[in-house]
Design a protein around this ligand. Structure first.
Ligand code: PLP
Length: 357
């Protein structure tokens, strides 16, 4: 059997969820969109269901997957519905639903529904992606109430730059949000992971942690609370071939690495078809036989090469950690000029093995 696999530590997941609660004192929706950032939405939701206040997903297809697996907790659709004909299903399964655009509001007004909805009314407080314009916010709230189709409204917005700790943007967004919601008496939800960890002064009845649940920092720099996160996923494989090369020999596609001296090289069963980033360059950290080492040359579809020259204890069959508790996914992401979110979401083909359920 091919030795590539992703080990998922559900105990660490619960630790990270509790950290989000503990540092905010708020209710927390565990964000499990995109198959729980590659960790497996059903298994993640099952592991958290006893303690979680609810879950958040991108779309009804993801929400239905959770219900089909028996998850009864609240599930928020972060983009609401894409077509009005999703509304009966939203009612049937008690999904909570974001309204981010006027067309969604109109669709609710025109729908005939068997039960009233729980709506999270999204304001565009400055990110300019989705969300109602501040001038429309009050009226949208009143129209939802007047429609008779809504039982509860939560007021929400989303930060564009909360991962930049010195940036005024988040403070400005909070000010826009506070002004737009003046006079509306309802619960509030503002905070994603970087805001949970880095912006203690932002008040929010509900927080929406995603990446932090999986133990990766959303920050490009060190951050005190992020240091308390526990990595959930360990991506590992084994050395399947060892070669001794003299100086001056090319390694891998495109001869992107030429041995500068005699070297010992290990070939690992892991490639970009597993989600390991193809753009990770020579020097990207790996752990082999418990020692830190580095990637050499181009990542192939199914294999990659690492340096064993200074790790004499490593050889055929040695375990290699590509990221996990020792090699942080965020460090691999930096090397590959991407973010841990994408590193995790790209995971495919490798079996996921769960522990700590
Ligand atoms: C994805 C998402 C989150 C979670 O973001 P993280 O940075 O992963 O914590 C929160 N809120 C909304 C609206 C999202 O789309």
């Amino acid at each position: 059997m091919r030795p590539a696999r992703a080990l998922i530590d559900l105990q660490a997941l619960r630790h990270n969820y509790q950290l989000a609660r503990e540092v905010t004192g708020a209710k927390a929706l565990a964000v499990v969109k995109a198959d729980a950032y590659g960790h497996g939405a059903v298994r993640v939701a099952q592991a958290l269901e006893a303690e979680a206040d609810g879950f958040a997903v991108a779309c009804i297809e993801e929400a239905l997957e959770l219900r089909a697996a028996g998850i009864r907790a609240p599930v928020l659709l972060l983009e609401g519905f894409f077509e009005a004909d999703e509304l009966p299903l939203i009612v049937e399964h008690d999904f909570w639903c974001v309204v981010h655009s006027l067309w969604q509001l109109e669709a609710i007004e025109q729908a005939s529904l068997l039960k009233p909805l729980t709506i999270w009314l999204k304001l565009d407080s400055g990110m300019h992606r989705v969300g109602l314009h501040p001038k429309d916010y009050h009226e949208a709230y009143q129209r939802l109430l007047a429609s008779g189709k809504v039982a509860k409204i939560v007021l929400m917005s989303h930060f564009a730059r909360a991962d930049e700790l010195d940036c005024v943007s988040s403070t400005e967004q909070v000010a826009v949000f506070e002004a737009a919601r003046q006079g509306l008496v309802a619960e509030v939800s503002l905070r994603n992971s970087p805001s949970v960890l880095g912006w203690p002064s932002v008040s929010s009845d509900w927080v929406r942690p995603g990446i932090m649940l999986y133990g990766a920092t959303p920050f490009g720099e060190g951050q005190a609370l992020a240091a308390r996160l526990q990595p959930v996923m360990t991506l590992e494989s084994k050395v399947i071939c060892v070669r001794e090369l003299p100086a001056g020999e090319p390694v891998g596609y495109g001869a992107r690495f030429i041995t500068p001296k005699p070297m010992r090289i290990g070939v690992v069963a892991m490639g970009y078809a597993d989600g390991y980033p193809r753009h990770a360059p020579t020097g990207t950290p790996v752990l082999v036989a418990g020692q830190r080492s580095q990637l050499l040359g181009r990542v192939s579809m199914d294999m990659l090469c690492i340096d064993l020259t200074d790790v004499p204890e490593a050889g055929l069959g040695s375990t290699v950690e590509l990221w996990g508790k020792n090699i942080l996914a965020s460090d691999v992401a930096v090397a590959a000029e991407t973010i841990p979110y994408q590193i995790f979401c790209n995971l495919r083909r490798v079996p996921r093995l769960y522990s700590g359920a």
